[in-house]
Design a binder for this molecule. Structure first.
Ligand code: PGA
Length: 258
């Protein structure tokens, strides 16, 4: 398993801007970074342009969300089938901003994971504790519950292709705040996630799940999450909007052996 660096643009990037950022990224990452896969997740409106822009490059395309059904009367939604058709390979699922602003529950997250697997997309499941949960010493329990409920929803009952699952530990207090977790906190969070995966599927299967860290990752702090923190990659928000900073993170990942 190599390293995975994912850029989450969130609700940023008008079409022209998106093309400009992708052009700058392609210029900086013209050659494959050994052992590193780089994924860009623009807003839905830029996906088709991005697919065109990234064709033939080493960069992969991802989306920031999907609906769980394949088609039907779901006004305003986009299905996993549509994302696959436009050229996505990855989908971010259960980001804390969606859980918070779009009332996304663990049950919905579970269904969305199944939708990704239905069409062969690789989901990146986001889990993370809030500040009050952290202060109350509930981090391990919270992460375990989010992982368990996302992967064992009684309504879905679908199979879990572990090798195509990525889980990102994103402490809510670290997202967009500039207050990244310390590598030791990252290691503890990933350990809690990994322990839950082992309980669910056993040790061997759990090792096949890629674990990322996300939350105020920059070119200056990224290394610690992979060395001391034990993450196999990063989910990058703010810094992914700057092609120079984001490519520096991807290049740094290539220098930290796995
Ligand atoms: P940030 O966002 O890097 O801006 O903290 C990370 C994320 O939300 O995935």
């Amino acid at each position: 398993m190599g390293r995975l660096i994912v850029g989450n643009w969130k609700m940023n990037g008008m079409r022209q801007e998106s093309r400009r950022w992708l052009g700058a990224l392609k210029a900086r990452l013209a050659d494959p970074v050994p052992g590193v896969e780089v994924v860009i997740c623009p807003p839905f409106t830029s996906l088709a342009d991005a697919a065109e822009e990234l064709r033939g490059s080493v960069l992969q395309l991802g989306a920031q969300d999907t609906h769980w059904e394949s088609r039907g009367a779901y006004t305003g939604s986009i299905s996993a089938e549509m994302l696959a058709e436009v050229g996505c390979r990855y989908v971010i699922i259960g980001h804390s901003e969606r859980r918070r602003y779009d009332a996304e529950t663990d049950e919905i997250v579970a269904r969305k994971l199944q939708a990704c697997w239905r069409v062969g997309l690789h989901p990146i499941l986001c889990v993370g504790e809030s500040t009050p949960e952290r202060k109350a010493g509930m981090t391990v329990r919270r992460l375990g519950a989010q992982v368990r409920l996302a992967l064992c929803d009684p309504l879905t009952h679908g199979p879990v292709p572990v090798a195509s699952l990525t889980v990102a530990y994103e402490p809510i207090w670290a997202i967009g705040t500039g207050l990244a977790a310390a590598p030791v906190d990252c290691a503890q969070g990933l350990e809690a996630i990994s322990a839950e995966l082992k309980r669910l599927w056993g040790a061997e299967a759990a090792t096949r799940v890629a674990l990322l860290y996300g939350g105020s990752v920059t070119a200056a702090n990224c290394k610690g999450f992979w060395t001391e923190g034990g993450a196999s990659g990063a989910l990058v928000g703010g810094a992914s909007l700057d092609p120079e900073a984001f490519s520096a993170i991807a290049l740094a990942a290539g220098k930290v052996a796995r």
